[in-house]
Design a protein around this ligand. Structure first.
Ligand code: PRP
Length: 183
């Protein structure tokens, strides 16, 4: 059985995704200047593909760094437990920081990251997320650049996984419920 057979339907096709990413980059290009020495903080693993495509459209000088956060247990709902698995290599004091996320769901991960990074004294801290699921929000967080609002469905692809699979799909799809319920 092929990976794509587990996809119920495509929610955001590749061309729509890529066009919106170019728009987000255009917004970022006019928000910062070269002098800001923008630091993109990619939240692994889900955001790696979004980061790579977003960066290709950036015209301002910037650097990248990575953080890995674990917010989920093995299930499909947030455990509310957030842990840093990999921390930034750089000191962000007085730096202009833009967090790059794939999805904001309950908001717990982003709430943790933003509060954590604020304590390190950045010059500015903004958030760019490809997807947002506002219906699932448990913690109010502010987002500066949002690609798409998505309904409360199990979305995979373009970096987003179920049990570490499906990240390679070039679109955002909805997973067939029998895949994650096991029925
Ligand atoms: C996902 C996603 C966000 C977070 C959003 O990461 O990449 O970081 O969950 O959920 P929240 O708003 O409810 O906190 P996940 O922990 O699945 O790790 P991954 O990116 O490595 O797949």
């Amino acid at each position: 059985m092929r990976l794509r057979d587990d996809v119920d339907r495509i929610l955001i096709p590749e061309d729509v995704l890529q066009a919106r990413i170019a728009e987000l980059a255009a917004e970022i290009n006019v928000t910062y200047t070269d002098e800001d020495r923008l630091l993109l903080v990619c939240v692994l693993k889900g955001a790696f593909m979004f980061l790579a495509d977003l960066m290709r459209h950036l015209e301002i000088r910037h650097e990248v760094d990575f953080m890995e956060i674990s917010s989920y247990g093995t299930g499909t709902v947030s455990s509310g437990v957030v842990r840093i698995l990999l921390d930034l290599a750089q000191n962000i004091e007085d730096r202009h920081v833009l967090i790059v996320e794939d999805i904001v769901d309950s908001g717990r991960t982003l709430d943790y990251i933003t509060r954590n990074l604020h304590t390190r004294g950045p010059a500015s801290l903004r958030v760019c997320t490809l997807l947002s699921k506002p219906s699932r929000r448990e913690v109010e967080i502010s987002t500066d650049f949002v690609g798409f609002e998505v309904p409360d469905e199990f979305v995979i692809g373009y970096g987003l996984d179920f049990a570490e699979e499906y990240r390679n799909l070039p679109f955002i799809g909805v997973l067939k419920s029998e895949v994650y319920t096991g029925s």
